[in-house]
Design a protein around this ligand. Sequence first.
Ligand code: IPD
Ligand code: CA
Ligand code: CA
Length: 255
Amino acid sequence: MNLLELAKSAALAAGRLQRENFSQKISIRHKGEIDLVTEIDLASERLISDILALSGLPILGEEEVKTKPQGTYWLVDPLDGTTNYAHGFPWFAPSIALMQDKIPLLGVVYHVMMDELFWAEKGQGAFLNGRPLKVSAQESLSQALLATGFPYNVHDQPEPVVGAFRAFLVRAQGIRRAGAAALDLAYVACGRLDGFWEILLKPWDTAAGVLLVREAKGQVSDFLGQPYDPFVPHIVASNGKIHAEMISIASSYTP
Ligand code: IPD
Ligand code: CA
Ligand code: CA
């Protein structure tokens, strides 16, 4: 099986597990004050790792599977949207990227409850259930629908998050906070959103979704407009047309 098909089968298998256990009684523990992990996050990561292990490549996962982020390796968020999952809010996704050092080569994001499989291959385009994706054509921030997320340290350091949120709120047409960064990026790629920003993300939150946006002809950078680096925690992704306007706002809130 080629590596893209392997990543798709791992995302679909984790998605099945997540769907079967959705809204069931599951064990949940705290990694931080508002940062949760459920038994399904852990079981999903094991399932995905077992499947990806067939490639012989090392895996860096959010929860338990750790390798050095060097060379060619898999980067895995087994369940992006854990807070949603724990509350029975049907908005979450496994997110899997194949990396070459800091560059995503493959990306798969599975919107489980909508049965929407997003994937992208570097230089080969982005797809949703087999249909090619293109970002939106919106040229004006004042007519744009944006998304963002709030980091787990927001109780301690709300200022940059609230500041950026306020600044975008008074400029954009609308803002959504659905709770899964990988899906926010997938939604930019397919044109349902025009842009996305967030302050404290991890590489497994962004890598697969970033490739989706790039391959759908969108643009991704950090808050200062510098090229995407999975280990820089702040990110702006857009259809490209509103990127400069978004950076002009985000750059004042660089953490
Ligand atoms: C979180 C989600 C959320 C974002 C957080 C992430 P998790 O990932 O992507 O939308 O706002 O910053 O940490 O913990 O659900 O995998
Ligand atoms: Ca995540
Ligand atoms: Ca996660």
